[in-house]
Write a protein that binds this ligand. Structure first.
Ligand SMILES: C[S@@+](CC[C@H](N)C(=O)[O-])C[C@H]1O[C@@H](n2cnc3c(N)ncnc32)[C@H](O)[C@@H]1O
Length: 303
């Protein structure tokens, strides 16, 4: 393993690493599950489409990989209703300490077989990878991120491997990675020539140090992850995907509980904001289920 990747891994997942000792995103940065229950609602619409395409199996999985504080898994469990809720098994997977979340099974390793929807929400950006300063002769760099003299880059291969492994565990259904990232055309054009490796602590961006005191992260080359996992997939923006799942968030005139409706509309606006959470990528793979049965045609992601 390249030294920078080993240092990053130790800092987050070593014996006293940032995530190993139980730090949760809520204390350090804001992720979409912390905004409110609306992301979970949209994912339940997606899960409902997966369920329909699978013909309503007797057990339907929702697996949250890199679950952090378990907020997304908890919101999916508590927002599910009807026949789907009765058949739903919610599993949270994280390398950090197990948490007690009502109705959610907690594991430290990915399940071997999933029938339903597997989601990695801001998981892959926390998968350590080699940091290089160009020129780099790494084959991944040659294919996905040519690095010129003095330029910095992150070699996304460990993310590709992690994502391909996660998708391979879906026996029937779909796998969704949601993250900030970039695509080859913009990397080649030099838009990320300074690299994207960064650190956060207590809600602020700080100087990266490998001592376990901060979260260490880098944008995800989601196009490379898509190709590594293969099969039937689409890569679209969160803004477009949420719209296609019915999360648009307007307040209708004459709304009886105007205050609640306005709060919901503002949370949806945050999830869909261009340049913010709305510019996150949604990489969706169908396994035994055509992706076209889950989302309508949408423009390709270009953050
Ligand atoms: C940036 S946090 C995201 C948490 C949550 N999904 C959210 O969006 O609020 C990344 C999480 O992924 C977990 N993680 C990283 N690699 C993992 C792996 N191989 N298996 C399970 N969890 C992992 C970390 O422990 C951390 O809790």
């Amino acid at each position: 393993m390249v030294e920078s990747e080993a240092l990053w891994r130790e800092a987050l997942y070593g014996p006293s690493g940032f995530f190993t000792r139980g730090e949760v995103p809520a204390d350090h940065f804001r992720t979409a599950p912390l905004v409110g229950p609306e992301l979970a609602e949209a994912l339940l619409v997606l899960l409902d489409r997966v369920d329909f395409a699978l013909g309503g199996p007797s057990r339907l999985d929702f697996v949250d990989v890199g679950a952090g504080g378990g907020e997304l898994a908890e919101a999916v469990r508590s927002s599910a209703s009807g026949s789907l809720a009765a058949r739903l098994v919610v599993t949270a997977v994280d390398l950090g300490p197990a948490r007690s979340v009502p109705g959610v099974r907690w594991r430290s390793a990915l399940p071997t077989s999933v029938c339903g929807l597997l989601v990695g929400h801001e998981w892959l950006d926390a998968v350590p990878c080699p940091l290089v300063t160009g020129p780099s002769s790494h084959p991944w760099a040659a294919r996905w991120w040519p690095v010129g003299e003095g330029e910095r880059a992150e070699i996304g291969e460990p993310r590709d491997v992690a994502w391909a492994d996660a998708v391979s565990r879906v026996a029937r259904g779909a796998a969704l990675a949601v993250d900030y990232g970039h695509v080859r055309a913009d990397r080649v054009a030099g838009r990320y020539a300074a690299g994207t490796f960064a650190a956060y602590r207590g809600g602020r961006r700080v100087e990266p140090v490998f001592d376990g005191t901060c979260d260490l992260t880098a944008h995800v080359a989601l196009d490379a992850c898509a190709e590594a996992a293969g099969g039937d997939w689409v890569l679209v923006s969160q803004r477009a995907a949420l719209g296609a799942l019915g999360l648009v968030g307007a307040v209708s005139p004459g709304e009886p509980d105007w205050l609640a409706a306005a709060g919901r509309a503002s949370r949806i606006a945050e999830l869909r904001a261009e340049g913010g959470l709305g510019s996150f990528g949604w990489l969706l793979h169908g396994v035994g289920v055509p992706v076209s049965s889950l989302l309508p045609p949408l423009p390709p992601w270009r953050p």
